[in-house]
Design a protein around this ligand. Sequence first.
Ligand code: ATP
Ligand code: MG
Length: 212
Amino acid sequence: MRTIAVINAKGGCGKTTIATGLASAMAWEGYSVALADLDPQCSATDWLAEREEDYPEIVAVDTKKGVRAPAGTDVLIIDTPAGVYGKDLSKLLARAETALMPILPSPVDMAAAWRFLEQSLALKPIASKQTQLGLIANRVKPNTIVYRELSGFLDDYRVPVVGHLRDSMNYVRAFERGLGVSDLPEYLAGEDWAQWDEIVKWVKSKRSQGKK
Ligand SMILES: Nc1ncnc2c1ncn2[C@@H]1O[C@H](COP(=O)(O)OP(=O)(O)OP(=O)(O)O)[C@@H](O)[C@H]1O
Ligand SMILES: [Mg+2]
């Protein structure tokens, strides 16, 4: 079973959007997907409660007694709350072979991301390469100065940038229906599908699992 955690101590950068979006994208790929919501705000749980049967199934993981995915799960995706650092983060990372970290192209978010990245890179699971970290530039508006700044900022790190997601109301609209952009029709979300293809490709790669 693959375990993928979505992390970033900064609130509102897109963790839940990416955890739920990845769950939907991987379910469309034919995997049996489970979603664990570790955030007491329960946004991912609320999202899943809205999801109708017409769409590929995503199983909710009961996290009251720790995170245990049901038998037969191919991909376990863990949505994490804001403000997770240090030991708690290390514990969480130790159980995931892949971690995705969204970053927003805004000066405040980049400053917070810089601190969080520095800390995460020093934690044992990532430092020892047990957990592979991939960055996702989220809410991207191409050709803006802040986006160019984000690109420059990300180039300074040896951590791969594994995806770019545009800023789109599709995310907001899909979310309230328990959907990811992969569940939306192509005429509305073709551009978003292509951006998710890039992320799915990395998540399926050996590199994202620390294998050569
Ligand atoms: N690519 C996007 N385009 C448009 N809106 C987005 C995008 N990504 C996230 N959002 C919106 O930004 C807000 C915050 O996103 P989200 O809840 O996923 O962040 P989070 O990191 O999980 O927040 P928290 O730290 O509070 O759990 C939401 O309203 C969401 O719909
Ligand atoms: Mg969240």
